[in-house]
Design a protein around this ligand. Structure first.
Ligand SMILES: [Fe+2]
Length: 296
């Protein structure tokens, strides 16, 4: 865990090497109340096996610091990892939450996976956040910005002078995240990013992924000022048309994430695995020839 100190708040960051994902714990120092953001449930696709190594490291931190976990938050339905939200909610008593538009994501993927019995009402989470909604983490004020583009339901959590911008922005030398998944939209992503960049310049931006570009150390924290000055895709001076052209060209060159078809069917269930079948084993589904053509 790497800790960042803010006024009255500590933000602990844990990077999962396997998926390049950042997981965060936001701690209100006055009350020792915490929120966990975007925790990873490990998945080994070769073995079809899940594990809780990342989530257990978060639990260790929570126990060592004697924190009360009030929230287990996701920013969106991830395409590259399974959410550990239900596991951590059960272990800590924290409430799970995600953006309210997740219902539309559930409907989209319910069709793709052909899951007619899946409840598509967001009932898998304790709370669904609307755009602009406010909540508290202990004594800290937090609010939600709807940030569609990477997915149609993505949200940014703003807590004090920190923002959790998930897969809208990456750190400045890595630009932005793709906008070509079902429900993605590069124009919407541009508008969401500009709204984040309108936060005050000293606001920290904690991103969802980093892959250590060109061998540098992984880094998840930057600031609005850094992003506006240096972000290779959206720095000041770049306009919407240029961004969209860059984003769409890059997206056309990217293969689908290794775990997308495995992860979405878990994450639209709030991070729960499918029910076991009659033989006692649970199975994932792969929609065939829906995301073709096959890569060479
Ligand atoms: Fe994502």
């Amino acid at each position: 865990m790497i800790e960042y100190n803010h006024k009255g708040m500590t933000i602990a960051s844990l990077h999962d090497e396997r998926t390049g994902s950042f997981q965060y714990v936001v701690v209100d120092e006055a009350t020792k109340v915490a929120a966990i953001i975007d925790p990873v449930l490990d998945f080994d696709p070769r073995a079809g096996a899940t594990a809780t190594d990342n989530a257990d490291l978060i639990l260790e931190y929570v126990r060592a610091k004697r924190l009360t976990v009030e929230w287990v938050l996701d920013t969106h339905s991830h395409a590259d990892h399974f959410s550990a939200a239900p596991y951590l909610a059960e272990k800590t008593g924290g409430k799970t939450a995600i953006g309210a538009k997740v219902i539309e994501v559930q409907k989209l993927w319910q069709d793709i996976y052909c899951l007619p019995d899946l409840p598509v009402d967001g009932s898998q989470w304790d709370r669904l956040f609307a755009d602009g909604e406010q909540f508290r983490i202990g004594s800290l004020d937090a609010h939600v910005m709807l940030s569609p583009g990477h997915t149609l339901a993505s949200i940014t959590y703003v807590v004090g002078d920190a923002s959790f911008v998930h897969d809208t922005l990456m750190v400045p030398d890595s630009g932005t995240s793709r906008a070509d998944f079902p429900g993605g939209d590069a124009h919407a992503l541009w508008r969401s990013i500009r709204a984040i960049l309108d936060l005050s310049p000293e606001t920290a931006t904690y991103v969802g992924h980093d892959y250590g570009k060109d061998g540098r150390e992984v880094v998840g924290r930057s600031t609005v000022a850094d992003q506006r000055r240096d972000n290779i895709h959206v720095r000041d001076g770049i306009d919407e048309a240029e961004f969209v052209a860059t984003r769409e060209k890059r997206d056309a060159s990217l293969p689908l994430p290794d775990l997308m078809l495995a992860a979405l069917q878990v994450n639209i269930r709030g991070g729960r695995l499918p029910d076991a079948e009659a033989c006692g084993t649970a199975f994932l589904k792969v929609p065939l020839n829906r995301f073709g053509p096959a890569a060479e």
